[in-house]
Design a protein around this ligand. Structure first.
Ligand code: GLN
Length: 449
């Protein structure tokens, strides 16, 4: 399996899905075989996996798609990845991504763009575009990404695979390079509900190394056999109010019909703060990012510019040379929103909206078991289409960011295709559950698979 993964990776190198491959993978596979022969039972024995390049894996480079960390070698392994390895999985590659997970198209990487396997002139979504493509193009059956505002779900939708953002705290963030710590969650990509469940049972659960990790034990495989009969689904009105392409609208309608035929009910529900989600998200994510990225000053680690004679010029020229334009924009935006005199108008206001978003969800979950929205208003857009207009790129996150603001779980499932300019492109539908309702999403995915 590991050899085959390497074959596919080299055959499809033109997609730009990986930043590096893991040299020691064949030896790792031999070790797995040895453990199997010794009678150890391993749920993921020999399964090749790819992980986003913001996840530390000892002995690999972890670049976060940035020149700043081009030569950073991880001295330790992230908990989620460690659990995969212990279950017998073999990490074969580190996936390309938007620099520091900032983006929705995987065009912000210092190591080249990622291409959508369905149409090479289109983006794979982002920021976990490389992980999504590795799964969609058949390099590996499963992969890990990170989702701060949609970075697992939206690329999953653009590539026709499953992408899951767990409840905040269900997967340890230890070893995940921080973008916006109060929003970040590691999540899996898979080609079936069953693979997704298998992976979640392995990676989630409490971890003493992440104070925000929850005590809840995973029970995903058990959720595969439950039914959706009797479940109440809320179709989010504001997410259907315009802006969606005909193919996206049709996919949502089809899913609703299917759920009803399985004995579930579907009714509209209002989530009025959806209109403020993107603004609040970017005013919370960028301040956190500006603070988290302060450590990349070229002193302890990250790129250090040559020939500087004092600390300030060393830091500013190192950061100036190492960060790409989107990261710089966000550091400036975040610093501005936090600065004295503007804090109350921007950051504090956004935090109030965050509370209202959570209230909106709480109200909706008083009546419904799960909510339905498109994952994105449109299928994959063209490479370069939005790079000169950051605001339109941000606006594309409308359906996903609320979920992170509220900390609830959401799953994007493949829900059909839309033909654009003669090409069939995948469309995703998003299911959102209340906090700790993660397993329910697997039940739904399996029922409509
Ligand atoms: N597109 C969003 C952003 O750029 C989400 C990214 C993410 O989830 N990492 O911030």
């Amino acid at each position: 399996l590991v050899e085959e993964a390497f074959q596919q990776i080299s055959l499809q190198a033109h997609l730009g899905a990986l930043i590096s491959t893991v040299e020691g993978a064949p030896e790792q596979a031999q070790l797995v075989a040895k453990r199997l022969r010794a009678g150890v039972s391993l749920p993921l024995a020999g399964v090749p996996v790819v992980v986003k390049d913001n996840l530390n894996v000892k002995g690999t480079r972890t670049t976060c798609g940035s020149r700043a960390l081009e030569n950073y070698h991880s001295p330790y392994t992230a908990t989620a990845v460690q659990r995969l390895i212990e279950a017998g999985a073999v990490v074969v590659g580190k996936a390309n991504m938007d620099e520091f997970a900032m983006g929705s198209s995987s065009e912000n990487s210092a190591f080249g763009v990622v291409r959508n396997p369905w149409d090479h002139t289109r983006v794979p979504g982002g920021s976990s575009g490389g992980s999504a493509v590795a799964v969609a193009a058949g390099m590996v059956p499963v992969a890990l990404g990170s989702d701060t505002g949609g970075s697992v779900r939206q690329p999953a939708a653009f590539n026709g695979v499953y992408g899951f953002k767990p409840t905040y705290g269900r997967v340890s963030r230890y070893g995940l390079v921080a973008y916006a710590s109060s929003l970040d969650q590691i999540g899996p990509f898979a080609r079936s509900a069953e693979d997704l469940a298998l992976l979640m049972d392995v990676i989630s659960g409490p971890d003493a190394r992440d104070a925000t990790s929850l005590e809840t034990l995973p029970a995903f495989r058990a959720a595969l056999t439950r039914e959706v009969r009797g479940m109440k689904f809320g179709l989010v009105r504001e997410a259907l109010e315009g802006g969606n392409t005909p193919g996206v609208r049709a996919a949502v309608e089809q899913i609703c019909t299917l759920l009803e035929s399985l004995g579930a009910s579907v009714a509209e529900v209002g989530l009025p703060t959806l209109h403020y989600g993107v603004a609040a998200y970017y005013l919370i994510a960028t301040p956190e990012a500006s603070s988290n990225l302060a450590r990349y000053d070229g002193m302890v680690y990250s790129h250090r510019a040559a020939g500087q004679t004092d600390v300030n010029s060393s830091m500013s020229s190192s950061r100036g040379a190492a960060f790409g334009p989107e990261v710089k924009r966000r550091i400036l935006m975040g610093t501005y929103a936090l600065s004295s005199g503007y804090y109350d108008a921007f950051y504090a206001k956004a935090m109030k909206v965050r509370r209202l978003v959570a209230d909106d969800f709480a109200r909706a979950f008083g009546h419904f078991d799960a909510l339905i929205t498109p994952t994105s208003p449109f299928p994959a857009f063209r490479l370069g289409e939005k790079t000169h207009d950051p605001l339109s790129m941000y606006a594309a996150d409308i359906d996903t960011v609320m979920v992170n603001l509220a900390g609830v779980p959401a799953l994007s499932i493949p829900a059909g295709y839309e033909t654009l300019e003669g090409r069939e492109l995948p469309v995703g539908v998003q299911f959102i559950a209340p906090a700790l309702g993660d397993e329910r999403l697997v039940t739904i995915a399996k029922a409509i698979e």
